[in-house]
Design a protein around this ligand. Structure first.
Ligand code: ATP
Ligand code: MG
Length: 391
């Protein structure tokens, strides 16, 4: 009994004339994601990507798990193919569902007929298959509203498929259909969530991390890399930039007024990130900021950071509560890594009384107390980059 995974498209089906290019990006992503598991035949038809293993030994649990993390897929299910006639479909149902049908008391059959040339209507076929199941499993009763088992039969152009209820996929649109973005990735909970939210909207993501050794450790950097690796299960492989930020932070501490430390630091992070973005072809920056979460994330504080930005800054967590962000982090699998207790350069020199309603002119004046330009250039030049994540 050979399984095939049916991946049902989400928003792609609304894409009109562009639909073909969205489908081909999705197919490319699925192919890359599954490559290390074996050979597959991938076909697109009737708003579905058919993922068929070409080798019996392929671990289909793992295939399913991986497909469930690919953006652009709204629903997915593990199906068994059959010829398009009642007897073959019934034989497949018996094989696939006999254990569970024997163990449960109620069931229903649902039929979806997208091949309109099939001679029976959906209700007719459902009734006939239901009757055949009842005559084989005498203890069962039909329950159309709250069945313990739902047997689904799809009659499609390319064949009949039998499966149980489809599960939700990752949703969104395929990574690579919305341009390239550069995520400011800390070791915290919010920025990995922000990055995945952008990837879900099709952004091909790279990450930039600011380190401040010896104030931040090698192990703190490794943690952020592991976060990026975890994210790559959803986002695809990530170019990971590491910026040496120690000198700049020391200069801020030595020369600028303490109340403005964090704001100046954030402005300089944005400046460095966007120089790299402009150099390497990223169209936008992305951060994990959420309005009002901390002093540097008030609206007035964001005005002072945005003032140095020449390209758009996306903040997808802006309207989310911490609890909502944590729920997403938990689902993505980044939460456990994020809560490991390592230092971040942001927390190295934190002011005792950070300004929550800073005026832009005051921040600019405070920043002008040092000449950061040569250090910005040096930091950009000394930024290292590596590829993280296998797909
Ligand atoms: P997170 O949970 O993502 O760390 P946070 O709530 O702790 O966010 P901040 O530390 O104020 O917030 O940082 C705000 C945003 O700035 C982060 O979401 C991230 O995008 C960026 N950021 C902070 N520290 C760094 C860093 N060391 N390297 C790169 N980006 C950073
Ligand atoms: Mg942080």
């Amino acid at each position: 009994m050979k399984e095939i995974i049916l991946c049902k498209y989400g928003e792609i089906v609304l894409k009109g004339l562009n639909r073909g290019s969205f489908e081909s990006v999705l197919m490319k992503n699925v192919r890359r994601r599954l490559r290390s598991l074996g050979q597959f035949s991938l076909r697109s038809g009737q708003s579905t990507l058919y993922v068929e293993p070409l080798d019996e030994s392929i671990d289909m649990d793992e295939v399913f798990e991986r497909c469930s993390k690919i953006y652009g897929i709204a629903k997915l299910c593990r199906a068994i193919g059959s010829e398009k006639n009642v007897e073959s479909v019934f034989a497949v149902i018996c094989e696939r569902f006999s254990d569970i049908l024997s163990a449960k008391k109620t069931f229903k059959v649902a039929v979806k007929r997208s091949d309109k040339s099939f001679p029976m209507t959906s209700p007719e076929l459902a009734a006939q298959l239901g009757g055949m199941i009842l005559s084989k499993f005498h203890h069962l009763k039909v329950d159309l509203f709250e069945p313990e088992v739902t047997v689904i039969c799809e009659i499609r152009d390319e064949g009949a498929f039998v499966h149980d209820v489809a599960v939700d996929g990752a949703g969104g649109i395929p990574v690579g259909t919305s341009g390239r973005g550069l995520l400011l990735l800390s070791g915290g909970i919010d920025s990995p969530v922000a990055g995945c939210m952008m990837a879900k909207r099709g952004v091909e993501l790279s990450a930039i991390h600011f380190e401040a050794p010896p104030y931040t450790s090698e192990r703190a950097l490794m943690k952020v890399e592991r976060l990026a690796e975890k994210m790559s299960e959803y986002c695809g492989r990530i170019q990971f930039y590491t910026v040496p930020f120690t000198k700049i932070q020391e200069e801020i501490r030595n020369r600028c007024p303490e109340d403005y430390f964090t704001l100046i630091m954030r402005r300089l992070m944005m400046e460095i990130a966007q120089r790299i973005a402009e150099r390497d072809g990223y169209l936008a920056l992305c951060t994990g900021e959420s309005l009002g979460q901390v002093a540097s994330q008030t609206m007035a504080a964001m005005v002072t950071t945005d003032a140095v930005c020449r390209i758009p800054v996306f903040r997808p967590c802006i309207g989310l509560d911490k609890k909502e962000i944590i729920d997403i982090a938990y689902k993505l699998g980044t939460f456990e890594i994020s809560i490991e207790p390592y230092e971040d350069c942001c927390t190295v020199f934190t002011p005792r009384h950070p300004r929550t309603k800073p005026a832009l002119a005051d921040v600019e004046k405070a920043q002008a107390m040092a000449d950061f330009e040569p250090m910005i250039k040096e930091a950009v030049e000394n930024t290292r980059v590596k590829t993280v994540g296998g797909y």
